[in-house]
Design a protein around this ligand. Structure first.
Ligand SMILES: Nc1ncnc2c1ncn2[C@@H]1O[C@H](C[S@+](CC[C@H]([NH3+])C(=O)[O-])CC(=O)[O-])[C@@H](O)[C@H]1O
Ligand SMILES: O=C(O)C(=O)Cc1ccccc1
Length: 247
């Protein structure tokens, strides 16, 4: 497969029937462009991972990046921390993503031993870890599978460990929700997406990306065992939370 990166034009032509969104080869080829133009705050969130690891991960501690896609979080950590400061396992279910992530790590940071596994994060056997990242991944799991995964991750985290959960969100209040969604569509338009692309992608994500409210996320983290969680980043209908396992 080519390692070229393209501009996202997946939904740019009219489609009779818009297929469900999937992380296939076509999406992989334009994924860096797609996620940067579609996720408000994506770069700022990644930029904090190294700083959070410096504060919360012991030297040589382990990091899981679940639904790692092309390994952006691994690259961010490798750019911020020396090779012996952390061990990293990225996990993704999409073979096309895993292949590209491995290629990227080999080319961009050969001195860091960054591992990528092709697996379903719902059924993986987790080793003890100090920092677990779910950067825009939980939203793609069926809602009924989310509690069980978080309980597994809480069990895998070492005392003093942290879970980072970034998600697209919805508001309970209809008017607040509509305002955020409309301004999000303005954000996408300002980033070069047409009305057709915005509406066709919205249809493709229906029942594929199922967002929760921030309140649901915090309540779920509590049910999983976390006594403390906070929203550390929010930009329109996108947010990132951190949850702490007591030391
Ligand atoms: N059950 C599953 N098991 C493993 N992987 C899965 C599963 N379901 C979905 N995925 C994977 O989760 C990823 C979600 S993208 C994450 C961005 C990345 N974190 C980033 O920091 O760039 C988010 C987005 O595109 O908005 C895809 O690569 C899926 O294959
Ligand atoms: O583009 C959207 O509408 C989103 O919600 C963000 C997104 C980004 C990349 C893949 C799927 C969804």
């Amino acid at each position: 497969m080519s390692d070229a990166s393209y501009r996202d034009a997946i939904f740019s032509t009219p489609l009779d029937r818009v297929a469900r969104f999937s992380f296939d080869e076509n999406v992989v080829a334009c994924f860096p462009d797609m996620i940067r133009r579609s996720v408000p705050g994506y770069g700022q969130i990644l930029g904090m991972f190294g700083l959070i690891a410096q504060r919360h991960l012991r030297h040589g501690g382990h990091v899981y990046d679940l639904g790692c896609s092309l390994g952006a979080a691994g690259l961010a950590l490798a750019g911020a921390l020396p090779a012996d400061a952390f061990r990293y396992t990225g996990v993704d279910l999409s073979p096309a993503m895993v292949e590209r992530a491995r290629q990227t790590f080999a080319a961009e940071c050969p001195d860091h031993a960054l591992q990528v596994d092709e697996a379903d994060i719902r059924t993986l056997d987790y080793a003890p870890s100090g920092m677990i990242i779910l950067n825009f991944t939980l939203q793609f799991l069926p809602p009924e599978d989310r509690d069980a995964l978080l309980a597994k991750l809480y069990a895998a985290l070492e005392p003093g460990g942290v879970l980072i959960l970034s998600e697209k969100t919805v508001d309970i209040d209809e008017r607040d929700n509509a305002w955020r969604v409309e301004r999000y569509h303005d954000f996408k338009r300002a980033n070069g997406y047409s009305d057709l692309e915005i509406s066709q992608k919205r249809n493709a994500l229906e029942n594929v990306l199922v967002p929760d409210t921030l309140e649901t996320h915090h309540a779920r983290l509590k049910r999983a065992g976390f006594t403390r969680s906070l929203t550390w980043f929010q930009y329109l209908n996108f947010a990132s939370l951190i949850a702490f396992k007591e030391a």
